[in-house]
Design a protein around this ligand. Structure first.
Ligand code: GAR
Length: 187
């Protein structure tokens, strides 16, 4: 059977991307065929390089003007994985890949989602609200920020003394544990 073709989009350090690249290295059913980023300085570049996976770069305008869509189509992507990707995915791209774009969000949606809710902003908001737990949400991407169908959630309990940085660490550990196996399970 033909291997499923995964493309990762990431904006930052890329620790989730690294886990996914590792998981699908020499995998029987799927492979990461490309990594895309909107930031030239993104750490994800090193991870792609060390797994010999080609990268492509684009800016917000190019994303909105269809450059990313055409790369994804040319590469015959079966699944697009947003691993810390911070730009809004244009509607045209969502429409071209129905139920084929996955995002990981560092909180328990529907709480702490939407525009501006990414990375440390999320953990600070969770801390300020005095939550006793946080977690991760893996969901399909639709045309609204963080509102697509939820596929998986995992929780971690929080101590009163946890700083946003500690919350971020706890949440990231969950992401690293669950994201790649969840991708595998839906392929
Ligand atoms: C992750 O915590 C991910 O959930 C979050 O960015 C971080 C990226 O870390 N994504 C969002 O906030 C999307 N709204 P990484 O670059 O080390 O994988």
């Amino acid at each position: 059977m033909k291997k499923k073709r995964i493309i990762i989009l990431a904006s930052g350090g890329g620790s989730n991307a690294a886990k996914i690249l590792q998981h699908f290295q020499n995998h029987a059913k799927a492979e990461v065929v490309m990594v895309g980023s909107n930031r030239k300085a993104a750490g994800v570049q090193e991870h792609a390089h060390s797994h010999q996976v080609p990268m492509f770069f684009f800016n917000r305008e190019e994303l909105n003007e269809g450059k990313v869509l055409s790369v994804l189509q040319k590469m015959e992507a079966d699944l697009i994985v947003l691993a810390g990707f911070l730009l809004k995915v244009p509607e045209e791209l969502v429409a071209a890949f129905p139920n084929a774009i996955l995002n990981i969000h560092p909180a328990l949606l529907p709480k702490y989602g939407g525009k501006g809710m990414y990375g440390m902003n999320v953990h600070k908001a969770v801390k300020e609200a005095g939550e006793t737990e946080s977690g991760i949400t893996i969901h399909y991407v639709n045309q609204h920020y963080d509102e697509g169908q939820i596929l998986f959630q995992a929780k971690t309990s929080l101590e009163e003394s946890d700083t946003p940085e500690i919350i971020a660490k706890k949440v990231l550990a969950l992401e690293h544990l669950h994201f790649a196996p969840l991708i595998e399970s839906i392929l």
